[in-house]
Design a protein around this ligand. Structure first.
Ligand code: SF4
Length: 188
């Protein structure tokens, strides 16, 4: 499983590839060491799913571990509405949808397809406003970009110099552990 990419790290990789290196080094440690306040609410929002309390409908599948041998991906879905063939990722609040979050949904979709599930629609669901936000399935060009992105992810060398973007470092949950920047994070 060593070469499998964790789907949950795709968005962080776009934010800063070095954060994935830090995540992998420190993932065994107590999460309270590196999770900063804005992440806590999102984690709680996921608890209903992780504890399988969100839905009791028979045709809904929640918190299902998924993987794709073909793309080397592994992760977990939030909710698949089997009857509607709809894959949903719920979040407490959605101010903006980042490309990495869309990649995460596409990755889950590819895993489910390879596992034999029928998925035709994707969406984010904002818990705080009870709003569903549909996401398009990838077209051919987008799919190629996604495949290239997975190659970049696998080839990333953490010893290489990176461009420091202060505004990112200030809001980075790995800031306290990072040896690439002197910028302090805003949560301390
Ligand atoms: S603190 Fe800055 S350089 Fe370090 S992992 Fe975070 S975003 Fe990347």
């Amino acid at each position: 499983m060593d070469n499998y990419i964790l789907i949950s790290t795709l968005n962080d990789f776009i934010f800063c590839p070095y954060s994935i290196y830090l995540h992998n080094v420190y993932m065994e440690t107590d999460e309270s060491i590196y999770y900063a306040t804005p992440q806590v609410r999102g984690k709680i929002a996921h608890e209903g799913i992780d504890k399988k309390t969100y839905s009791t409908r028979k045709d809904d599948i929640t918190s299902l571990p998924v993987f794709s041998e073909k793309y080397g991906l592994i992760g977990k879905i939030d909710l698949l509405k089997n009857k509607e063939h709809l894959l949903i990722e719920r979040k407490y609040q959605i101010k903006q949808i980042f490309q990495g979050q869309i990649y995460q949904l596409w990755a889950q979709y590819l895993c489910l397809k390879e596992m034999g599930y029928q998925v035709e629609k994707l969406a984010f669901y904002e818990i705080s406003t009870n709003k569903m936000i549909p996401v398009e399935l990838p077209n051919e060009e987008e799919f190629k970009k996604f495949e290239d992105f997975l190659i970049q992810f696998r080839m990333y060398d953490p010893s290489k110099k990176i461009d420091i973007i202060k505004s990112k470092c200030m809001h980075c949950i790995y800031n306290n552990l990072c040896d690439k920047t002197e910028v302090s994070n805003v949560y301390t």
